[in-house]
Design a binder for this molecule. Sequence first.
Ligand code: ADP
Ligand code: MG
Length: 277
Amino acid sequence: MTEPLVRTVDLTRVYGDGAEIMALDGVSIQVEAGELVTVMGPSGSGKSTLLNMIGALDQPTSGKVYVGGQNLAELKHVDSFRAETVGFIFQLHNLLPTLTARENVEVPMMGQRSSHERTKRAHELLEMVDLGDRMDHLPNQLSGGQRQRVAVARALANNPPLILADEPTGSLDTSAGRALMELLKDLNASQNTTFIVVTHDPAVARLTNRVLVMEDGRIVREDDVGSPLEEDLRMWRHSELGVRILSRDGELGRQLEISPAQREVLQQLLRSANGES
Ligand SMILES: Nc1ncnc2c1ncn2[C@@H]1O[C@H](COP(=O)(O)OP(=O)(O)O)[C@@H](O)[C@H]1O
Ligand SMILES: [Mg+2]
């Protein structure tokens, strides 16, 4: 069995010393290399705390975090771990306001590459996130979605195997948020970068393969989102018509092979079963 890229074992994090807050309460998860996973859950459920532990921004009260097989409690060079192994994307992009898009992308490469290489790499990355024509703009000359794309390019600068994104679409409107998620999906597929993305937008979560749901510092559910069809069938099981049809055929099955045309019909059925047009 190969080691997952990320593994947490019974992770806890307690804040405060009087009235203690259990921000994480026994979280054990595994994320394989190449996955795109979302973490959902209400505000205060521990999502950011979990991400901070995985990125070695904070230390657990108890339990362990392994990234690439490395126990983070035994890290000798935390700075180089942060520079080389993980990239971060936050809700508010955290770009330096006085630096251009290109210079912002170069920041994590300082001390790692020559000036010439940094510029070249920043160019490539900004092209990749479709900002080739905005390299010399300052953050305040860019839209929210564009700024967040610069933040994505910056997170990719040192080509880390893992990117942690904490509500990256949280400050964007629906269409910019959707475009950003599509970008992350493309990067996941084309660069094989592993992503753990915190969101409280179910539409965003549906775009990914696997959703971890948190409540009160625990993982309370884990959903394989899979294809949209699978989601639809799941909903179907909860509709009256769906239940009747499914029971006639026994279990119609999760892994049903189905053509796009058949799927369209099923979706129409589903909509009418749910009382939509
Ligand atoms: N630095 C801190 N000091 C004290 N309590 C904190 C701190 N950071 C987070 N918490 C608490 O831990 C819990 C989980 O927080 P957080 O991980 O930020 O949740 P989420 O990201 O899901 O909104 C919350 O109750 C929050 O108030
Ligand atoms: Mg948070």
